[in-house]
Design a protein around this ligand. Structure first.
Ligand code: NAD
Ligand code: TDX
Length: 341
């Protein structure tokens, strides 16, 4: 297939591009705006692959999309492109709404006009809001987003839904739980804690540290996306998860253990506003209908992730300077919202 991957220079997109090109048999055009989160280092070595082309551009650029769909004879789209960090969305919601909602609509419209056969929207469990101590999100759970990021992803999902129902455009939606693994930008919990611990810097734990996330190794998310892209039923939503709920503080203690660092680095800071308490995914539909299950156990995935950050120190050190550093200071510095409490 000729696949347009958007946001393929980010964390999950780059892992997906690698996985598909390594498997062979498809051509990938990777369209990425290279925001602070996009990094071509994530695809180092793939530039020479004849089945791969990188294009720098925005999913809101309709003329560029029309040209790409025509010249590359795109048959399928996988839309990873998005602003993805909850804390940044609290700091500045507007770009999230513009990129994630209007960007998705622009991409949908261009793909529809071009007669694309499959359009997969990479969404998130955050569109369902927060769970109490019991229960799991199913595909039928109400959409109740709580952060500007989650609201922007929920709105994009609804636009996708409307394109299926109104135009019969073959949209598939996946909603995955928290990912971890190589190439994750060190603003997200796991890589941030690894990098800070390796530099003997404080590990900022929001609130009481007992919020629960359901962690999935990124390669498993990518294999699930690929399964849905090729075999999912248009118009359907598929939850993706690892059945691996953990409190943040337990993850942090595990990382400190693997890195042989002291727990005195743990620093409780002011909670994230509107912080969702618990996410947990019921992924029985994708298992039942498409036969997908995760291939990596958490113990193995987290050990591989820590090993990757140890082996690729120059990767995360270089993304921690410049723009990222000034953002980091604003969020966590003395006057930042997350200053120590
Ligand atoms: P990321 O922030 O690492 O990467 C996003 C990529 O999109 C970057 O390369 C960026 O340059 C690009 N991008 C942003 N805006 C763009 C635009 N307007 N046009 C073109 N490119 C643009 O994000 P990620 O963690 O890899 O997440 C990828 C997708 O998966 C997102 O849609 C996110 O909502 C979703 N998701 C993420 C997780 C997770 O745990 N990280 C879980 C479920 C779903
Ligand atoms: O410094 C921190 N301290 C802390 O306690 C950071 C960055 C996070 N946290 C907490 C907040 C959350 O409870 O850790 C948990 C995970 O935080 P993030 O890594 O920011 O992820 P989350 O907010 O759960 O959202 C992620 O999963 C769903 C991704 O960033 C989204 O893109 C995805 O849709």
């Amino acid at each position: 297939m000729n696949i347009l991957v958007t946001g393929g220079a980010g964390f999950i997109g780059a892992n997906y591009v690698r996985q598909v090109l390594d498997a062979g048999g498809d051509r990938i055009v990777n369209l990425d705006a290279l925001t602070y989160a996009g990094n071509l280092e994530n695809l180092a070595g793939y530039d020479e692959n004849p089945d791969y082309r990188f294009v720098r551009g925005d999913i809101r650029d309709r003329d560029l999309l029309d040209a790409l769909f025509a010249e590359e004879r795109i048959e399928a789209v996988v839309n990873f492109a998005a602003e993805s960090h909850v804390d940044r969305s609290i700091d500045g919601p507007r770009e999230f709404l513009e990129a994630n909602i209007m960007g998705t609509q622009c991409l949908l419209e261009a793909a529809r006009q071009a007669g694309v056969a499959r359009f997969l929207q990479v969404s998130t469990d955050e569109v369902y809001g927060s769970l109490g101590a019991e229960g799991l999100f199913t595909e039928a759970s109400p959409i109740q987003p709580n952060s500007p990021y989650a609201a922007s992803k929920a709105a994009a999902d609804l636009v996708c839904r409307a394109y299926f129902h109104t135009y019969g455009f073959p949209v598939l939606i996946t909603r995955c739980s928290n990912n971890y693994g190589p190439y994750q930008f060190p603003e997200k919990l796991i890589p941030l804690m690894i990098a800070n611990a390796l530099e003997d810097r404080p590990l900022p734990v929001y609130g009481d540290g007992r919020n629960v996330r359901d962690w999935l190794y990124v390669a498993d998310h990518c294999s699930a996306i690929d399964t849905v892209l090729r075999r999912g039923t248009p118009g359907e939503v598929y939850n993706i998860g690892g059945c691996n709920e953990m409190e943040n503080i337990a993850i942090i203690r595990r990382l400190l253990g693997l890195l042989e660092k002291d727990e005195s680095l743990i620093t409780y800071v002011t909670d994230r506003p509107g912080h969702d308490r618990r996410y947990a995914i019921d992924a029985s539909k994708i298992e039942r209908d498409l036969g997908w299950t995760p291939a990596h156990r958490f113990d193995d995935g987290i050990a591989a992730t820590v090993a990757w950050y140890l082996d690729n120190r120059s990767w995360w050190e270089s993304v921690r300077d410049g723009t990222y550093q000034s953002y980091y200071d604003r969020m966590y510095g003395a006057e930042g919202r997350h200053g120590s409490s």
